[in-house]
Design a protein around this ligand. Structure first.
Ligand SMILES: [Fe+2]
Length: 483
C-alpha cells in the first residue's frame, strides 16, 4: 500500500518539478498568493501547518481534499491571520488528518487560488527524507541555485516523504528576500511537506515564526527561532533553535532531554543550525563550540543517533561519538554538518583540526568553496567535481538507517556521491523514561544559570583553545584575508 501510494506521489512530484509549476494552479491566480508552505504540525501522520501571504488584507480559506472530494469539514482547521511587515500573513493549523493518505489542498484569497499536494505518514517503519543545508541567498539567482539542488534531489530520490533544510534560508530576512525564496521554492513547497529549522540569518525580529505554521506548544519558547519535535514512522525528530545569545540554554537542554526520553522510537535525530563539529570559520567562536559540551551530553544520555546541522557551509561527518570519544556505531551519536545547498560555500580552516576537535573523530569532510575533497585529515585527494550544492538523503527501514550525501554540479546538475553511512541496530531497545508535560519556561534563574555554565565553559575551555590557535589563525588571516 505504502509503496504504491508513494509511487503515485512521486509521479505527481516529478511532473510538478519537471514542468516548473505548482500543482493545479495558473500563473495568473498565483500572482496574489506567495510564501506558501506546508509543514509538519505536531504529528507527521495527522497534522500539517500551512502558511501563505497576500499583499493586502484578504479573507482566506483552505480546502483539503482526497481524490478530489472535499474533506475539510471532517478536519479541525484553525486560522491565524494578521499583518506582518507590510504584508498579510495567513496560517491554517490542520489536525485530524488520516495517516498514510495523499491530500490535495486549495488556498483561496479573494479571486486568487493556489493548489498543492502533501501526504501523511502511514506509521510504518520505512521513512525516507531529504536534508539540505544553508541556502542563505539575497538574489533570485542565488536562491535558484538552492532550488535546482533541491529539485534535483527530489528527482533523484522521489520516495522522499518530506524535506528539511538546516537553517539560513535568507541572508538578511527581509521582505524582498523571503519573496525571492518563495518565488524559487514555491514549486517544491507545493508538492511536499517541509521541516523548517531556524538559522541565525532568519531570526531577525520574528521573521521565521511568521513564515511557518509550527506546533511549538509542547516545547520551550526562545527569542530567535523555535523548538519542536515530531514522530515520523519509527523516527523521532527534534528541531532545536541555536540562534539566541546562547546557542543553547539550560531550559532547551532540559526540553531536549525530556523530549528524547519521552519516545521509544527506534531512531532519534536532532536537527539544528549551528554545528558542534566543523572545519569552517564559525566553529572557532564559543557559541557553536559550547555545543560540543552541552548538547553532546544530552545526546549521549538519550541515545540520539544523528545530529544534523548547518551554519558552516561545508560537509563534515564525525565518527560515532560518546563523551567526545569514538565508540561503536550503535553506542554513539554521529554529527553531520550537512553542506551548503545554496551558492555560498566555505573553505576549510586548517587550524581547527586538533585544536577545536580531534582529527581522530573526523570521518569525512568536503569543502565546497574551492573544490577540495578532504578525507580523514589529509588534503591529498583533490576533486574539482565537488563544486556544487549538497543534499543528503536518509532512508530508514526498520533497524537500518542509510545516509547518502551528494554534490550537484553547478554547471551540469550531474550528481556525485560524496559520502555514505549505514547504521544497523536492534529495534525496540529505546524505552520511554519521561512522561508528562514538557513545557519548559525560561526564567531569570534559568537564564542566569545558563550564562554561568556558558561562562565557565568559555573561560575554562574555549579561551585557552582560542589563545593557543591565535598564531595560526593570524597566519591564515595574513595569507588569505579570512578571519
Ligand atoms: Fe548561520
Amino acid at each position: 500500500m505504502k509503496k504504491s501510494m508513494f509511487r503515485v506521489l512521486s509521479i505527481v512530484l516529478c511532473f510538478a518539478l519537471l514542468f516548473g509549476s505548482a500543482v493545479g494552479t495558473s500563473a495568473a491566480n498565483d500572482a496574489e498568493i506567495s510564501r506558501v508552505s506546508c509543514v509538519v504540525y505536531g504529528d507527521g501522520a495527522t497534522g500539517r501547518g500551512f502558511t501563505w501571504y497576500t499583499a493586502d488584507e484578504t479573507e482566506c480559506s483552505i480546502e483539503i481534499s482526497v481524490l478530489g472530494i472535499d474533506v475539510t469539514s471532517t478536519l479541525d482547521v484553525k486560522y491565524d491571520c494578521g499583518e506582518w511587515e507590510g504584508n498579510y500573513m495567513h496560517k491554517a493549523y490542520v489536525t485530524g488528518l488520516a495517516a498514510g493518505t495523499i491530500y490535495s489542498y486549495t488556498i483561496t484569497a479573494g479571486t486568487a487560488t493556489h493548489s498543492g499536494v502533501f501526504s501523511t505518514d502511514n506509521g510504518d517503519d520505512i521513512v525516507n527524507f531529504i536534508v539540505g543545508g544553508d541556502v542563505q541567498a539575497s538574489s533570485l539567482e542565488a536562491f535558484e541555485v538552492g532550488q535546482k539542488v533541491m529539485e534535483t534531489a527530489y528527482k533523484f530520490f522521489p520516495v522522499a516523504e518530506f524535506y528539511a533544510t538546516l537553517g539560513d534560508y535568507t541572508n538578511d530576512s527581509t521582505n524582498e528576500e523571503w519573496d525571492l525564496y518563495s518565488q524559487a521554492f514555491i514549486g517544491i513547497n507545493s508538492v511536499t511537506t517541509h521541516v523548517p529549522i531556524t538559522g541565525n540569518h532568519d531570526s531577525n525580529k520574528g521573521w521565521f515564526n511568521s513564515m511557518f505554521a509550527l506546533d511549538t506548544s509542547e516545547s520551550v519558547q526562545t527569542n530567535n527561532g523555535v523548538n519542536y519535535s515530531f514522530d515520523y514512522g519509527n523516527v523521532h525528530i527534534a528541531v532545536v533553535n541555536t540562534n539566541d545569545m546562547l546557542a543553547i540554554s539550560n531550559a532547551q537542554l532540559t526540553w531536549l532531554r525530556n523530549d528524547m526520553n519521552s519516545t521509544d522510537a527506534d531512531w532519534k535525530i536532532v536537527l539544528m543550525h549551528k554545528a558542534p563539529y566543523s572545519l569552517g570559520k564559525d566553529i572557532k567562536w564559543p557559541d557553536a563550540c559550547y555545543l560540543q559540551e552541552a548538547l553532546t551530553e544530552v545526546c549521549d544520555a538519550t541515545n540520539v543517533d544523528l545530529v544534523m546541522s548547518g551554519h558552516d557551509h561545508m560537509y563534515v561527518r564525525t565518527k560515532p561519538l560518546n563523551d567526545n570519544k569514538v565508540v561503536e556505531q550503535k553506542d554513539g551519536t554521529t554529527y553531520i554538518l550537512g553542506g551548503a545547498t545554496g551558492a555560498k560555500r566555505y573553505e576549510f580552516r586548517k587550524f581547527i583540526l586538533d585544536n577545536y576537535f580531534s582529527q581522530d573523530i573526523l570521518a569525512t569532510a568536503v569543502a565546497q568553496a574551492n573544490g577540495e575533497y578532504f578525507a580523514n585529515g589529509n588534503l591529498d585527494n583533490l576533486d574539482e567535481t565537488n563544486k556544487g550544492g549538497i543534499f543528503n538523503t536518509i532512508s530508514v527501514v526498520g533497524g537500518a538507517l542509510a545516509l547518502n550525501t551528494y554534490v550537484v554540479n553547478d554547471e551540469t546538475l550531474e550528481i556525485k556521491q560524496i559520502d555514505e553511512l549505514t547504521i544497523v541496530k536492534a529495534q525496540g531497545e529505546n524505552k520511554i523514561t519521561f512522561t508528562g508535560e514538557n513545557v519548559q519556561k525560561s526564567n531569570v534563574i534559568d537564564t542566569l544559570a545558563s550564562f554561568a555554565d556558558f561562562a565557565a565553559y568559555t573561560l575554562g575551555t574555549w579561551v585557552p583553545m582560542f589563545l593557543k590557535t591565535l598564531p595560526d589563525l593570524l597566519k591564515e588571516y595574513i595569507a588569505t584575508g579570512t578571519f
